[in-house]
Design a protein around this ligand. Structure first.
Ligand code: AMP
Length: 145
């Protein structure tokens, strides 16, 4: 199973914000889209950083509410791990588990082609297990040969 199989179902939309966006505005974007992270990008296609709710929590704990008026570039992670659509789902699961992040941008020719979250991976796995289970059940009850 490859990352492109997930993107085919969920689509290639990626929510991005320019680096100068305030942390306060970032909170609105996360809430509005019901997501936990956005890619930081000036043009909406290249990846300059990633910023998740965890970065906001850490910055608030370290520096207090003053962080809300700072640009997201002050709290983003710049060493972003990305994958290609050809990457195997198992490898991306391992990457997320070992590096302890829940989001991985997908790039084609250095351009954003989607984003995969741990929620997408879990949903995909559950769907896969359900298909397997019902195929086996049909086979056992003789509804399929
Ligand atoms: P998350 O679990 O995705 O909310 O992120 C946890 C931490 O890892 C935060 O500091 C993020 O900025 C960072 N992070 C999230 N995704 C990535 C990624 N693909 N590459 C590098 N760092 C990331």
């Amino acid at each position: 199973m490859r990352i492109s199989d997930i993107l085919r179902v969920k689509g290639d939309q990626v929510v991005t914000v320019p680096p100068a966006t305030s942390v306060e505005r970032l909170l609105e974007v996360l809430a509005q889209h019901r997501i936990g992270a956005v890619v930081v990008s000036e043009d909406g296609r290249s990846v300059e950083g990633i910023v998740s709710e965890r970065d906001i929590v850490r910055a608030l704990a370290a520096r207090g509410a003053a962080v809300l008026t700072e640009p997201v570039s002050t709290i983003q992670t710049t060493q972003v791990r990305t994958v290609s659509p050809d990457a195997h789902l198992e490898d991306v699961e391992r990457l997320m588990t070992e590096r302890r992040f829940r989001h991985v941008p997908v790039l084609t020719d250095d351009r954003l082609a989607g984003v995969v979250s741990i929620g997408d991976v879990v949903k995909f796995r559950i769907d896969e297990l359900e298909t397997e289970r019902s195929t086996l059940a049909d086979y056992i009850t003789g509804e399929r040969t």
